[in-house]
Ligand binder design. Structure first.
Ligand code: GDP
Length: 297
């Protein structure tokens, strides 16, 4: 994953700063400039990068540090905590529970983002944890969507609901919930339709499905390779439905991953999983601190 490039560039900047004879304003400035460049090259938005730089400056006030304090360590810690803060909106996402009523999770995202595949991976993840998940195909826009979901669900041995006849996604979603609830599912996952662009009709449809099904969690699925477009796209989805979590797919590809940081900033929601391949098992739980540690090597 190319996010590793970002990590190694930042690590290089920190090592260079650490090996400077004295850690003065110039050494800190050079280090921050290098980090800024690395973040911008990874498609993180300018506003976010500027904020990061200002925050590190605030934490590391060289003038006020007592003599003998380890400035290098303080700068390294500040960089680590700022990278974590970028990925952590401070509010955890809803986690499905095996309560009396089934948890309802709705997936949204553009076509091709990996939504249908990720729904099945997500179901499988919870199946392994002892849940009885199920899938609803509320995508009536794309021909073949139901077949794809059916195929994935069958592969993952997950019950599913959909219709070849009904063209109203709201009706399918409501009927799907009712049917799967009766069958004893405790986690119902609704796949909605995606379009190529952020069209008004897509958002209206999503809003209606959400209104009718009242999901506990709406997950925005984003392809890691969309780069700079991530912020606008994530924000547009957030404005239409109440996105509560993000899954970034195709992290195994050549994307530079900065889009993930932007999606967190735009939706104020955490990344909960990353997709790392086409197979059903290629879904990794996303934890900020180990991720940033790994990133910085
Ligand atoms: P949807 O239109 O958003 O429902 O997208 P699909 O689930 O149909 O996925 C589009 C393509 O991306 C398919 O070929 C998937 O196999 C592929 N895909 C989904 N997630 C990943 C991932 O994490 N890594 C890779 N390499 N491919 C993925």
């Amino acid at each position: 994953m190319v996010l590793a490039h970002l990590g190694s560039s930042i690590t290089r900047a920190l090592v260079r700063m650490s090996s400077a004879t004295v850690v003065d304003e110039k050494a800190l400035g050079d280090c921050l400039n290098e980090i800024t460049r690395a973040l911008l090259q990874s498609d993180v938005r300018f506003e976010t990068v500027r904020g990061v730089q200002a925050n590190i400056r605030n934490i590391v006030s060289l003038d006020t540090l007592a003599a003998g304090t380890n400035k290098r360590r303080i700068i390294q810690r500040a960089v680590f905590s700022e990278l974590c803060a970028m990925l952590d909106p401070g509010k955890p996402a809803f986690v499905p529970t095996k309560a009396n009523k089934p948890s309802v999770v709705m997936f949204v995202g553009l076509q091709g983002s990996g939504k249908t595949t990720t729904c099945a991976k997500y179901a499988r993840h919870y199946h392994r944890k002892g849940f009885r998940p199920s899938l609803v195909c509320a995508d009536t826009f794309r021909a073949g969507a139901f077949d794809q979901l059916k195929q994935n669900a069958t592969k993952a041995r997950i019950p599913f609901y959909g219709s070849y006849m009904e063209s109203d996604p709201v009706k399918i979603a409501v009927k799907g919930l009712e049917t799967l609830r009766k069958e004893g599912s405790d986690l119902i996952i609704i796949d909605t339709s995606g379009r190529h662009k952020q069209e008004a009709a897509l958002f209206e449809e999503m809003r209606q499905v959400a209104q009718a099904t009242k999901p506990d969690l709406v997950i925005f699925v984003m392809d890691a390779s969309i780069g700079q477009a991530a912020f606008g796209q994530a924000q547009a989805f957030k404005q239409s439905v109440s996105v509560g979590a993000v899954i970034v797919t195709k992290m195994d590809g050549h994307a530079n991953g900065g889009g993930a940081l932007s999606a967190v900033a735009a939706t104020k929601s955490p990344v909960i999983f990353i997709g790392t391949g086409e197979h059903m098992d290629n879904l990794e739980v996303f934890d900020v601190k180990p991720f940033v540690s790994r990133l910085l090597g």
